[in-house]
Design a protein around this ligand. Structure first.
Ligand code: 6PG
Length: 234
């Protein structure tokens, strides 16, 4: 129920350390897409031996082929999986190429067949509109409380392609939710979602998480934290 803001000179390094320690314990990690996590994934891959036995999931995917530059799988494949080589790990790819509805149905089945797992570490980025995964402001996907995965026909921010996304119900299966946020462009979203006056508001999807989740940690740089009043960050 609490949110911890960690303003760091190098949030990607801390994110990579959390990934490696979770992988080392054979945990379930949910990867995020976008561009911010690339550096953290590359650094986590440097600890190659830690990854044997880890299980990887995806929080969301664009409805494009896995070799498309817009694919979140392609980001993780290039920054992490290919660098790990033949390390034995389990990757549950979200098949966005099936389209939003079929892709969501398939991933829902995969999660249910797996338990669904209590993810040990769930990584999220933050859009400048405070979207999380592919749950965009004021969309009905935010009020989905029975399904774990939904199709999103209209992305609320570029890339404007349909998506497959875990729902808030799935995200809150995680023991630990960790945001990785960097840059001035995210400062308003950070304040709206995690600032001292933030309230749960579907116009800022990230603001809905703290009251639903257990432990939410935000790893961010000074620029992303620039709208948070001094003294409001540990
Ligand atoms: C996606 C991501 C999305 C991302 C944010 C931040 O599929 O686009 O899952 O939620 O984390 O949009 O993206 P950047 O890291 O590129 O700013």
């Amino acid at each position: 129920m609490s949110v911890r803001l960690d303003v760091l000179a190098d949030p990607a390094a801390t994110c990579a350390e959390l990934m490696v320690s979770t992988a080392q314990a054979g945990g379930h990690i949910v990867l995020t897409g976008g561009s911010t996590p690339r550096d953290a994934y590359q650094r986590a891959a440097d600890s190659r031996d830690a990854w044997t036995g880890a299980t990887l999931w995806f929080g969301d995917e664009r409805c494009v082929p896995p070799d498309d530059d817009l694919s979140n799988f392609k980001l993780a494949d290039e920054a992490l999986f290919k660098r790990l080589g033949d390390v034995r790990l389990t990757v549950h790819r979200m098949r966005g190429e099936l389209g939003p509805a079929a892709g969501a149905d398939e991933y829902e089945r995969e999660l249910l067949d797996a338990g669904p797992p209590r993810f040990d570490l769930l990584l999220l980025g933050l859009g400048p509109d405070a979207h999380i995964a592919s749950l965009f402001p004021d969309q009905e996907s935010l009020s989905e409380r029975s399904r774990l995965v939904v199709g999103v026909e209209q992305a609320g921010l570029e890339p404007f392609v349909p998506r497959v996304s875990m729902t808030l119900k799935a995200l809150t299966l995680a023991r630990s939710i960790v945001f990785l946020v960097a840059g001035e462009s995210k400062a308003d979203a950070v304040a709206a979602a995690f600032g001292p006056d933030a309230q749960p508001d579907p116009h800022f999807p990230a603001s809905l998480l703290p009251s639903l989740a257990g432990e939410v940690t935000v790893l961010l740089d000074e620029a992303a934290a620039s709208r948070i009043p001094a003294g409001e960050t540990p």
